[in-house]
Design a protein around this ligand. Structure first.
Ligand code: NAP
Length: 329
């Protein structure tokens, strides 16, 4: 029988169980997909520990993967048997389930891969890259007029935002927690890097922008960084809040934004920017083009076997991962 990693209860990495599963046949509009590579996302930790509720137990978690189509259900026309495809669940509970060898999957969410995008690269970047795509094109359309602050700049989403925004001519300032990550961020898009364990983020952001502050902050850290992100902005600046690696942001009086310089906040969510197959494919083309051009590098620094997924979770929670992490089924 095929193997999968399921959780039967919320908890730490020890609740991840590598076990046999019954996959079944693809339903109408679905394909049977054999994974070749599986991406690791910080959101997987939230689904494992209950921050993002699961619809039922046991549950195969995991939000992104790449594989080969093995069989088609009825009415599937956009892919064929043998196609190499990738997908992101986009945080949608019913589409999760990439921690496995074989799965059924909604065909409409699949993206066919160009020949120059490897399976590992696709699995590593499809969620993080599509997230970066909508954040810098829609949540805050970055231009050469911008000076932006990118939190977790040596992390998966952050390293793509930094590199891609730089191609638009923006001044890119990264935030990381160690000197090792600072070196990585400097090689992946950042003109300047703030080391959060040694420097005051808002003060440094102002210093690096001649006292003005940045025009936008891309923040997926949440609780720990919310106040410093606001303080780093110049008048009319925008905070793009799209995650909470350190915990959720506490309740907030919106009229503080008035006093701080008529600031704005937007809360980015993947699913609302990727509601149709056409939208996914159009944004994926934009991602594949920028990666194929070499302007955005997808640096895979950690590799694990799916059976060792608990080690991958421990590494990510300990903040010891740099760049992308991929698992092989
Ligand atoms: N809204 C959306 O559409 C969307 C889509 C995809 C992902 N996300 C979110 O984007 C974020 C990044 O995801 P990712 O998969 O690319 O992860 P990642 O950035 O590779 O890893 C998380 C990073 O967060 C930083 N961090 C800061 N405080 C932390 C804490 N208390 N505990 C752990 N890490 C902490 C660490 O970097 P430093 O050590 O350098 O601080 C760590 O490396 C996650 O919050 C995820 O949920 C949102």
């Amino acid at each position: 029988m095929p193997k999968a990693v399921r959780v039967h209860e919320y908890g730490g990495p020890e609740v991840l169980r590598y076990e046999d599963v019954d996959v079944g046949e693809p339903d109408i509009g679905e394909v049977l997909l054999r994974h070749t590579a599986i991406g690791l996302n910080y959101a997987d930790i939230h689904t494992r520990n209950g921050r993002y509720p699961l619809p039922h137990f046991p549950h195969v978690i995991g939000g992104e993967g790449c594989g080969v189509v093995e069989a088609l259900g009825a009415d599937v026309t956009n892919v064929a048997v043998g196609d190499r495809v990738a997908y992101s669940s986009g945080g949608h509970a019913l589409l999760r389930g990439s921690y496995c060898e074989l799965r059924t999957m909604n065909a409409e969410r699949l993206v066919k891969l160009p020949s120059d995008i490897t399976d590992e690269t696709a699995a590593a970047m499809i969620t993080k890259g599509l997230t970066a795509q909508y954040l810098i094109h829609d949540s805050h359309p970055v231009t050469e007029q911008d000076a932006i602050l990118v939190h977790s700049a040596a992390g998966g989403v952050g390293m793509i935002i930094a590199q891609w925004a730089r191609t638009f001519g923006a001044h890119v300032i990264g935030v990381v927690s160690s000197e090792e990550k600072a070196a990585f961020a400097t090689n992946h898009g950042c003109h300047d890097v703030i080391v959060s364990t040694k420097e005051n983020i808002a003060e440094q952001a102002k210093t690096l922008t001649s006292g003005e502050g940045v025009t936008a902050v891309f923040d997926a850290v949440g609780a720990d960084t919310f106040e410093s992100s606001l303080a780093a902005l110049r008048p009319l600046g925008r905070l793009v809040a799209y995650g909470s690696s350190s915990g959720p942001v506490p309740p907030f009086d919106i009229f503080r934004l008035n006093e701080m310089g008529s600031l704005s906040i937007t809360a980015g969510a993947f699913y609302w920017h990727m509601r149709t197959g056409d939208e996914i494919r159009s944004r994926a083309k934009s991602l594949f083009d920028v990666v194929s051009s070499g302007a955005v590098k997808i640096n895979i620094n950690q590799r694990f076997a799916l059976a060792d997924v608990a080690d991958a979770h421990r590494a990510m929670e300990a903040r010891s991962t740099i760049g992308m992490t991929v698992m092989s089924p």
